[in-house]
Design a protein. Structure first.
Length: 328
């Protein structure tokens, strides 16, 4: 038998699979954006970090409870700093100079999340850290500090029992809200180096213990080992970006491949291969300005799109058709 010079991490078995028409909601750390972008660019029905990047499990749970309970933003929840109004549960992209406009943007996103989650097939949650910032005035954990002074918060690490208790209630509520929802939990492979090497590992360990218990307690709840794939399977600094803390594009592509192998139906895998031609065509830049050449190319791609839509009726490629029709 030939020597194996790498450790291959097996993702495990999942009792459900993502199909072409599956609706997938993704919430969590910046790693969520990395994987979520693959869903979006491959034309899957997905909603990726609608509230912005969220690193800690408690803030993720607070936002999901807002969605489940239709808890909209009220002006009195906002805080003012440096001339802007902010909400500590939401990303800075919602901040603004006018209170009502900030709430309006937040509430529009909550409404979008309600509509999507009600009929979602999968919810993918990525935990980044178990360290949290707590407001000293209200004792509430925040999702974003919005550059408030450090003395406005206390920072500490959550214990597994705290997170397990919160998510036991949350998952029950999610199943009442959407009985068919499947949940995939994962830990971000991004290392939080400001906590130090040991602090990062302890933080991640608390997340692992939490997830392990939740998967044990609840059906239709699984763990995907993104962290282990980077740390043990890839295990090389060439798979990190220039800061040596975040996975590189190659690493994310590899995780995406392992994710699809483990969690996608054969039909969805086939669709990924078919849609690749459309994606490449969208990225094509015409060197020849001849309209006839461009029109012929676009017509060929439109035929491919037509064939894909006939085979995968649940897919909406309207934007792609509109793009190429502009060249015909």
């Amino acid at each position: 038998m030939p020597y194996e010079f790498r450790t291959i991490v097996e993702p495990g078995k999942f009792d459900a699979a993502i199909d072409v028409g599956s609706k997938v909601m993704l919430i969590g750390s910046c790693f969520t954006d990395n994987i979520g972008s693959r869903f979006v660019e491959n034309r899957f029905k997905s909603l990726v970090n609608p509230f912005g990047i969220i690193y800690n499990p408690v803030s993720i749970a607070r936002l999901l409870n807002r969605v489940i309970n239709h808890q909209y933003c009220l002006p009195e929840e906002l805080v003012r700093h440096d001339g802007l109004w902010h909400h500590f549960d939401f990303h800075g992209k919602f901040s603004g100079y006018v209170k009502d406009e900030v709430c309006e943007r937040i509430n529009k996103t909550i409404e979008e999340a309600i509509d999507f989650l009600e009929s979602a097939d999968f919810l993918l949650l990525t935990f980044g850290t178990s360290f949290v910032y707590e407001r000293n005035d209200t004792s509430e954990i925040v999702a974003n500090c919005h550059k408030f002074p450090d003395d406005y918060f206390s920072r500490y690490r959550l214990e597994p029992d705290e997170m397990i208790s919160i998510y036991k209630e949350l998952i029950v509520s999610l199943r009442v809200f959407n009985p068919d929802l499947k949940i995939i939990l994962t830990v971000s492979p991004v290392r939080h180096w400001k906590d130090g090497a040991h602090g990062n590992q302890v933080s991640k360990a608390a997340l692992f213990l939490t997830i392990d218990k939740l998967c044990e307690l609840f059906e239709k709840t699984w763990y995907f080992p993104a962290y282990e794939i980077v740390m043990d399977d890839l295990r090389d600094y060439r798979f990190y970006d220039e800061k040596m803390l975040n996975p590189s594009v190659s690493a994310v592509n590899y995780i995406w491949m392992r994710f699809t192998e483990a969690l996608f139906t054969p039909r969805a895998i086939k669709f990924l291969k078919r849609i690749e031609k459309v994606k490449r065509a969208r990225n094509h830049r015409f060197i020849n300005p001849d309209h006839i050449v461009q029109s012929h190319f676009a017509s060929t791609v439109l035929e491919i799109i037509h064939d894909i839509e006939n085979e995968f009726e649940e897919v909406d490629l309207t934007e792609d058709k509109r793009y190429f029709e502009g060249f015909v």
